[in-house]
Design a binder for this molecule. Structure first.
Ligand code: NAD
Length: 350
């Protein structure tokens, strides 16, 4: 089968991260064009890719050369660029979060359907081998029912003055919308339908963020399980880095992304009240390199183009995750608890 010809639109930090991992899918794709309004940035990404790559500053100039586009632009541009690509008949893998409003997401879904093209959202965490394994174990109830899934992401992200990632209008919110969208997606994917929840954000100690730079979200699910996400862009030190803890009836699954391990912790003996230490067993279930594993995401995108299958991270599911975030933000503003019934993956009526 002929290789899919890819154009990268937007050549900042994330595009460089994608380009660095493409070599593992080069039997299926060929990056033929790169675009950035700043030519130097486009050229820097072109330099990471072997072979002749067209370097442009206007993405409309590459449509004759590509089959699919990887949209890696600031959030407020996802909508217009994705629509332009779809209208030119191109498949699109669009970075998260899909777009900054429900109307924009709906437009993108409708255009992909009209054009009969694949639109996939780049929620790369779902393709991480350790995350996929955790999902498989939770679904199989390998350690019984899950009753609490906590996800921590502690980063220091300090964009320079004037950068789009600081302003609420261009980001579409704050740290929670920009980065937390990965983990709301994961909580919904692993725990099912949400019932109610709350979010509190602050920009204390991350004054560079117009909206929150630190975010705490708690969600109750129909199963009775609770989900929690804490994310910050202000961490000057961290022990957890990126960590998921899934407490299940028979053990706790720990996903430690830094060391690249999925571990199960179980009790070696019954807990006796008043006895300080109950022996614990710890077993490493899987190891995988600490990386974004975007090559697996790209391989899935190509599978969907070739077979017509619905992407795992399809735009409808992505919209459904963002709807939860928008409800949580609304409730935070109105000092109330968000009613999340009728929302979540698999709920949207187009
Ligand atoms: N999945 C992840 O882990 C992850 C990590 C970081 C960023 N992202 C996502 O990737 C996207 C880009 O983020 P980033 O950190 O690379 O941002 P960035 O600011 O580093 O890069 C954006 C690039 O787009 C260029 N650009 C702006 N307008 C343009 C236009 N009209 N045409 C062409 N180029 C244009 C800018 O010059 C810049 O180089 C965002 O959606 C972000 O949320 C994902």
């Amino acid at each position: 089968m002929a290789k899919t010809r890819i154009g990268i639109i937007g050549c900042g930090g994330m595009a460089r991260s994608h380009a660095a991992r493409f070599e593992q899918v080069l039997d299926r794709i060929e990056v033929v064009a790169v675009v950035d309004i700043e030519r130097d940035k486009a050229q820097a990404v072109a330099d990471l890719i072997e072979g002749d790559v067209l370097v442009e500053t206007d993405y409309r100039q590459i449509f004759d050369h590509i089959d699919a586009a990887l949209v890696v632009l600031p959030h407020h541009l996802h909508h217009s660029a994705t629509l332009d690509c779809l209208r030119a008949g191109k498949h699109v893998l669009c970075e998260k979060p899909m777009a900054n409003s429900e109307r924009e997401c709906v437009d993108m879904i409708a255009e992909a359907e009209r054009q009969g093209r694949v639109l996939m959202v780049a929620y790369c965490m779902r393709f991480h081998p350790l995350v996929a394994k955790m999902k498989e174990l939770i679904d199989a109830k390998a350690y019984g029912e899950v009753f609490q899934l906590s996800i921590w992401t502690e980063q220091l992200t300090h964009p320079p003055e004037g950068h789009w990632a600081r302003a609420a209008a261009t980001v579409g919110g704050g740290q929670f919308f920009s980065h937390g969208c990965h983990y709301i997606d994961i909580l919904l994917w692993m725990l099912g339908r949400p019932v109610r929840g709350s979010h509190y954000g602050t920009n204390l100690c991350t004054p560079w963020m117009e909206k929150e730079g630190t975010s705490n979200a708690t969600i109750e699910f129909e199963s009775g399980a609770l989900g929690y996400h804490f994310g910050t862009w202000g961490a000057k030190g961290t022990r957890l880095g990126y960590a998921f803890h899934a407490h299940c009836e028979e053990g706790m699954l720990e996903l430690a992304l830094g060391p690249g391990q999925l571990i199960v912790h179980t009790r070696g003996e019954e807990h006796v009240a008043g006895k300080p230490v109950a022996r614990q067993r710890q077993e490493v279930l899987l190891e995988a390199k600490n990386a974004k594993h975007t090559e697996l995401e790209m391989a899935h995108f190509i599978d969907c183009i070739e077979t017509g299958a619905k992407p795992l991270t399809d735009p409808v599911g992505s919209l459904e995750g963002l709807q939860v975030i928008w409800k949580l933000y609304e409730a935070e503003d109105s000092n109330s608890i968000a009613d999340l019934r009728g929302l979540g993956l698999g709920t949207w009526q187009g």
